[in-house]
Design a protein around this ligand. Sequence first.
Ligand code: 13P
Length: 256
Amino acid sequence: MKQNVQRFVVANWKMYFSHAQALNWIEKNSKMLQELQNESNVSIIVCPSADSLSYIAHKLKQTTIMLGSQNCSAHENGAYTGQIAAQSLSEIGCKWCIIGHSEVRTACDETDLVLQSKIERLFEHHLSPIFCVGEKQEEYQHKTAQKKLKEQLAPLQRVLERQHQSKTVAIAYEPLWSIGTGKVASNDYLQELFGIIEQSMEPYQKQHSFVLLYGGSVDEINAVRLWQIPQIAGFLVGKASTDFQLLKKIVLSTRG
Ligand code: 13P
């Protein structure tokens, strides 16, 4: 089933690196990252924190590694202190932007309307969202994850309904209780939830392209069994993506 699927590994560095550390990482590893991408045929997307985006964009210019942002503003421009416009991301060279990550949803109290606007801003500037969804621990325990995912996908669906051109969207399913905890659900459970995502996005598939990613404590060991989930085309990786050797093993675990 995965033979003809373009595979993706997204490195979400969160705020693990200072500016100098991020620069140092990219200086040291960009050549090897390119070799890894060539050898594996996996599309690698690096998402550093905002302060390092420009410099890393510059460093990656000689490569075909893609750059992503960890967030963007819901506004086009104006008096929004501390925010980053989608237009700037596009000018810097980002192709992707993480939207609705649970750490941002929580810290910024993001509403569906805000998420919708962010996706719209990205589309206006020809960026693709990496739209994150996932249930909390209580929702997992109360078996309400399916309902939660359907609700979380609604803002994305509303934006897609209004698009006249074809868009590429990555949807990252990251159960919140798996992020940074080392706890990962069974493949059966994840497969069922990815099934819900597939079903929910089915009406949009004629016009748009979707890339389904799993995120939450992905490491070099569990990546092998997670890759067996039929619907996924790759991973959204946090902590492990800051270690080149671990990232490499994760990339290489996504065999066709
Ligand atoms: P970890 O891989 O560190 O659990 O983080 C997952 C995540 O939130 C990626 O966006």
